[in-house]
Design a protein around this ligand. Structure first.
Ligand SMILES: C[S@@+](CC[C@H](N)C(=O)[O-])C[C@H]1O[C@@H](n2cnc3c(N)ncnc32)[C@H](O)[C@@H]1O
Length: 366
């Protein structure tokens, strides 16, 4: 199998393609990409056969911004006979992978794929049984073993392959299924919730999203992001000239500041979280986030970079570089993540966690 398939939001195939080409080259893996606009996936075909598996092991999935999932696959299986679609799929996996821990029969995230999704749900049952019979799949699901992926792109037409469970998205189709909370003031609440799921390991939530922490929300109205912080029992400074949802103000956990988010400074010195959803030029937002992190005004930040229509990959990379340079100049070590989340549209979400500063006298969170 010499291909890596990556899922993305339809319309972002070019960004996903530019990114995999760029990042694979950093591992000295070279190949070419096949892109079909609005298909919801991209195929990177490696020149060297064994490179696809190497990329799957070495290129950290969490470092990819525009990919929702990645797996190694072989040639497209076409015209699967309706009376036996299973045999060619089992044949493709035989000798390639054994004792996998899970099967995911998936489709690209497009409107046209909705019908196929229904087919996949039904097809999973007999396919799973056949894979188990051949020992390609373990009898019991095992989250520590590789995942078998079958991606149907049209009826009777699929890519078949595998991903490693320590270097993939743990979500079916790479999409966390989140339910909109009925009492949240805006749908964008799901962006911040998804960011927590993607950026913060579940076993660290109690420590890093802890009750009683102080948070600042820049561009907070009507309060979808603030709602998430309030749910975690935090105290929130919500900064925006617009109105906050009265139900949030009634909690007693929100202080509303009608102020410019680019000038607002922390009212106390133990703010842990900074979140920011202001609609502004990405460079301006990244620069303000750098101010907060350099000054030690917060420990962790989650913010959106709204993207222009052209050169979106380059724009994100430039702004991340700007941020990293500002922090490194000041001797500040940090973890960085950026992801085009399922709930993001023309934007990406960035997470930065300040680790420690080597500059004497600067607030040090070692
Ligand atoms: C996309 S909305 C935020 C939605 C919010 N995160 C939620 O979940 O409900 C962007 C907000 O940023 C605010 N905004 C834009 N520029 C701002 C600035 N310079 N200072 C403060 N707020 C600003 C707007 O008033 C608007 O309410």
């Amino acid at each position: 199998m010499n291909k890596v398939i990556l899922y993305c939001r339809p319309g972002f195939e070019k960004e996903c393609a530019a990114e995999i080409t760029d990042k694979a080259a950093q591992y000295e893996v070279y190949g070419f990409v096949r892109v079909k606009d609005h298909s919801g996936y991209v195929i990177f075909e490696c020149y060297q056969h064994e490179d696809a598996d190497r990329l799957m092991k070495e290129l950290p999935f969490h470092s990819l911004i525009f990919a929702r999932q990645m797996f190694v696959c072989g040639e497209l299986l076409r015209d699967l006979p309706p009376e036996d679609r299973i045999t060619p799929i089992v044949g493709m996996l035989t000798g390639v992978i054994d004792r996998a821990g899970e099967l995911r029969a998936e489709v690209p995230d497009t409107n046209e794929s909705k019908e196929l999704m229904r087919f996949c749900r039904k097809f999973t049952v007999p396919l799973r049984a056949a894979l188990r019979e051949q020992n390609i799949l373990l009898a019991q699901e095992n989250p520590g073993r590789p995942v078998v992926h079958v991606l149907f792109i049209a009826p009777g037409c699929c890519y078949v392959g595998y991903s490693y469970s320590n270097n993939n998205s743990r979500f079916y189709m790479g999409i966390p299924r989140l339910k909109f909370p009925a009492d949240a003031p805006s749908r964008s609440t799901l962006k911040l919730e998804e960011a927590f799921h993607v950026f913060i390991p579940a076993d660290e939530w109690d420590e890093r999203l802890a009750s009683g922490m102080y948070a600042v929300d820049l561009g907070a109205c009507p309060g979808g992001w603030t709602w998430q912080l309030v749910q975690r029992s935090m105290m929130v400074y919500a900064v925006d000239n617009g109105p906050m949802a009265p139900s949030l103000m009634d909690t007693g956990q929100v202080m509303h500041h009608k102020a410019d988010g680019f000038r607002f400074e922390p009212p106390r010195n133990n703010v842990y979280w900074l979140v920011c959803d202001m609609v502004e030029k990405p460079a301006k937002v990244a620069s303000r986030m750098a101010d907060w992190l350099v000054n030690g005004w917060c420990r962790e930040a989650i913010f959106n970079l709204k993207l222009p229509m052209k050169k979106r990959y380059e724009e994100v990379m430039q702004n991340l570089a700007l941020l990293r340079d500002r922090l490194e100049e000041q001797g500040i070590n940090a973890e960085y993540h950026a992801k085009h989340l399922y709930h993001d549209r023309e934007e990406v979400t960035v997470h930065v966690r300040r680790m420690w500063s080597s500059v004497p006298g600067r607030r040090d969170e070692r």
